[in-house]
Design a binder for this molecule. Structure first.
Ligand code: FES
Length: 107
């Protein structure tokens, strides 16, 4: 299991535990934890509604892929810390990370 912290739209933080050996991505875990992530494209890096910021622990995650960057650049707001949560595979790299939900930026 890997443990990381999620900050919701209201600034409330909660620790989330997720299995790191089942091939889930972060968007799936956020949805399973009942966060309001629309994920309308189902994790194809096409909708941008799973937008998050990685506040801590970004270094270990590597760079966004080109399709991910293309989608991020189309968002109304996009930060250096922005990622698409569907493109982040749950692994021990996320241990101790802090992420902030940003999906509400997408209308
Ligand atoms: S779920 Fe659509 S871009 Fe991530």
């Amino acid at each position: 299991m890997v443990t990381f912290t999620v900050e919701d739209q209201d600034g409330n933080r909660q620790e989330i535990e997720a299995p790191d050996d089942m091939g889930f991505n972060l968007m799936e875990i956020l949805k399973a934890s009942e966060y309001p992530v629309l994920a309308t494209c189902g994790g194809m890096a096409l909708c941008g509604t799973c937008h998050i910021e990685v506040l801590e622990g970004k270094d270990g995650l590597g760079d966004a892929t080109d399709p991910e960057l293309d989608q991020l650049e189309n968002l109304p707001e996009y930060y250096p810390t922005s990622r698409l949560s569907c493109q982040i595979r749950i692994s021990d790299i996320l241990e101790g990370a802090v992420i902030r939900l940003r999906g509400e930026d997408v209308v």
